[in-house]
Design a protein. Sequence first.
Length: 286
Amino acid sequence: MKILFLFIDGVGLREPATDNPLNPEVCPQLCRLIEKHSVAIDANLDVEGIPQSATGQATMFTGINCAAAMGKHCEGFPGPGLRRIIEENNLFLQLLKRGKKVSFADAYLVESVDELEMRRFKSVTTVMALTAPETIRTVDDLIEDKAVLQDITRETIQDRYPDIPVVTPQRAASQLATIAIENDFTLFEFFQTDVSGHSLDYTRACTVLRTYDRFLEKLVQLAEVSGFTIVMTADHGNIENVSERGHTRNPVPFIAYGPRAALLLNGVKSLIDVTPAILNAFDCAL
């Protein structure tokens, strides 16, 4: 069994509205998956306030209610206490202990793992990846088409890396599918949805979602041919309401598409359940 986990940042569920770009005209593939192959799950974690990235992502990738552990929702980069939880309990480590081959498909714009380690501020996924350095991909991997950039098309780095060519969303999807086929578990993180949600720019949000949707449509086709299962979820809501700059308390979709979809969807009610569901799917495949 092979799982491709698509972490899409800042995508919540909300009724249709003029300020909600998450609709079939903008992103038909994503909306089909949400309608037919998903459950709505909680991102609030029984903690008051607006859900934030650090605790939401840490919860998603550990199975521990990190907002409750911290006593609040923590934004941005995880602090020392949250880092310890991630370093000791993350999904990568738990899969490696089961003998699974794991990869983080996003390319870091660094030349070595040591350079990444020296960064003062590290995201949840970076803290997790550094506990299993073999999962990390660098700029050299991107040049060799063995990694995917967080924006999918590489357009955001053209001023710094003009020699790295732009790719279509479909080409990026093919590159990601190749990585997914080579590994038991592959993670790809996309955060432009959250960035565009914060911008309050409906047109920008639509552009981001259209790019992702073309990427996703190709991935679904490749998954059907190759037999890997797609899992997708978000850490909190945001882009579904571009009238408000901050995150939302809306539920988020948990999507599963492929051979193990029914098993993965069963019993997932909040971000706390994501890692246990993935581990259970692998354990049941033994």
